[in-house]
Design a protein around this ligand. Structure first.
Ligand SMILES: [Zn+2]
Length: 481
């Protein structure tokens, strides 16, 4: 069965993980003044280490604040704040008329760890080579951070008068650490980031064999939840074994779980995803996608798509055993056996419903099933015309014939904190990447030079479309029609 790469790509993209294949001698590419500024900001951000171990997000936030000040932003229009000296967040506001509620542009400043010996060159030195920009955070997530700041400065320089405030938040600890900036801002400074909706990482363009396939918009995320499965037993001497054994009981329960699949349960986002990707995939896979969006879903189609991990994870909640621990001595019958089961729950289902299903499937009252940490549910963002139309219009303008595909990611971004707080978030960047070349969190992370500036232009046009007074009249006229 043809291994489907679009699903893997969509999954990878949700995690903001891809680079573009364009081969260009970037040196010969002349950059206009806006592109030149964006390149300098990107260079600066890459070279400020913002890892959790030794990095400093406050230094990066201050560097961006200094650029806004130099561009004429008033002190009242930007702040660097956070719960920890190294974990600062920048919140900047480009003021509009207030005719409409603000929009929020979000990117995280922190990056995952990178060791020099694991890379071909220093991960914290900005490098341009063979049509790519290299460095830790190049695609996750410093490209969007640099683009948002550069575009805000461009709006200032152009004297743009938006009919709503444009807020840029560059935050700490998305990748890990104890001071998630978005969660902290929502809890402690909600007013600074209050918005009608916002843009974040998680979406972008897909390329295969040099051909642009689709521009994805992440509108939903599955909920991360692990459960502990534990069996207790009185144990005894292993020279006199009995049938009632903690390890065997747990293993039998896990075996039943291994055979089980949660029911297919599509939502607005995943239904649109399969509907649109079916046309791109075509063939047997495309036909199966059409079968899955039937009501009820076609069983054969479900079974076929279930063979593709990314499509399977898009259709249903998944739970899988990831860790095991049992026994206390080699010569003693085990008194405790534990397993960790990691679930990725559809946003339209709850952790409690999932636990109840696990209880039924495992079907052994000796196995206690308890949630590990509180789940962080996040409701899907509606595919509202006000948000999707400009994305489709600009995608058609910049990449004629390339479809826009809504996606639900199996991984999580900081959008979950905002969706949870009632602010719909959309993962979109306009940054195209190669389906088979995912480097974020990995070695020699990079982004294509052309793809980077295409993303800048896309986000410039998109934010302007969302915040332009006449776009508003046009919109209300359209909706009235
Ligand atoms: Zn990221």
């Amino acid at each position: 069965m043809k291994k489907s790469r679009i699903g893997l790509f969509a999954a990878a993209l949700s995690l903001g993980l891809l680079a573009a294949p364009e081969r260009q001698i970037a040196q010969t590419t002349t950059l206009d003044s806006h592109q030149q500024l964006t390149r300098e900001i990107f260079h600066q951000l890459i070279e400020i280490n913002t890892t959790d171990s030794v990095g400093d997000c406050t230094a990066a936030a201050n560097a961006m604040a200094a650029r806004l000040k130099a561009a004429g932003f008033a002190d009242a229009d930007f702040k660097v704040l956070g719960p920890n000296p190294r974990k600062g967040n920048l919140v900047a506001r480009f003021r509009g008329t207030g005719a409409r509620r603000p929009i929020l542009l979000l990117a995280h400043l922190d990056v995952v760890e990178a060791r020099r010996e694991d890379w071909s060159f220093d991960p914290f030195r900005f490098l341009e080579k063979d049509g790519y920009y290299y460095g830790r955070g190049a695609s996750d997530d410093k490209a969007m951070a640099a683009i948002f700041i550069a575009n805000l400065i461009r709006f200032k320089q152009e004297g743009f008068k938006p009919d709503r405030d444009i807020i840029v938040a560059l935050t700490a600890d998305e990748e890990g650490g104890d001071f998630n900036g978005v969660d902290w801002l929502v809890k402690n400074h909600r007013g600074l980031i209050e918005a009608e909706f916002g843009l974040n990482e998680g979406g972008g363009g897909a390329i295969r064999d040099g051909k642009k396939l689709f521009n994805s918009v992440q509108a939903s995320e599955k909920v991360y939840q692990s459960f502990l499965l534990e069996v207790k037993n009185k144990g005894g001497h292993s020279s006199r074994p009995v049938k009632d054994n903690a390890i065997y009981n747990l293993a039998a329960g896990l075996q039943r779980l291994a055979q089980f699949e949660f029911p297919v349960n599509l939502n607005e986002v995943t239904r649109a995803y399969f509907e649109r990707v079916s046309k791109i995939e075509g063939g047997e896979t495309g036909a199966a996608m059409k079968g899955v969006i039937q009501n009820p879903p076609d069983a054969g189609a479900v079974a076929y798509l279930g063979n593709f991990p990314a499509y399977n994870a898009t259709m249903r909640t998944t739970c899988v055993a990831t860790m095991l621990q049992a026994g206390h001595a080699e010569n003693a019958l085990p008194q405790t056996a534990r397993a960790t089961v990691n679930c990725r729950i559809l946003p339209t289902e709850t952790a409690e419903q999932t636990r109840e299903t696990l209880v039924k499937v495992v079907n052994d009252s000796r196995i206690a099933i308890t949630p590990i940490r509180e789940p962080k549910p996040s409701r899907p963002s509606p595919l509202a015309a006000e948000v999707m139309k400009p994305i489709e219009t600009i995608t058609e303008q910049m990449w004629p014939g390339v479809p826009v595909v809504p996606t639900m990611s199996t991984g999580a971004t900081d959008s979950l904190f905002l969706r949870n707080a009632g602010i719909p978030m959309y993962g979109t960047s306009g940054i195209f990447g190669d389906i088979d070349d995912s480097r974020a969190h990995g070695k020699d992370e990079r982004i294509g030079v052309k793809s980077f500036y295409d993303g800048q232009e896309y986000l410039y046009r998109l934010v302007k479309a969302y915040a332009s007074p006449n776009a508003n009249q046009r919109q209300t006229a359209n909706t009235r029609r």
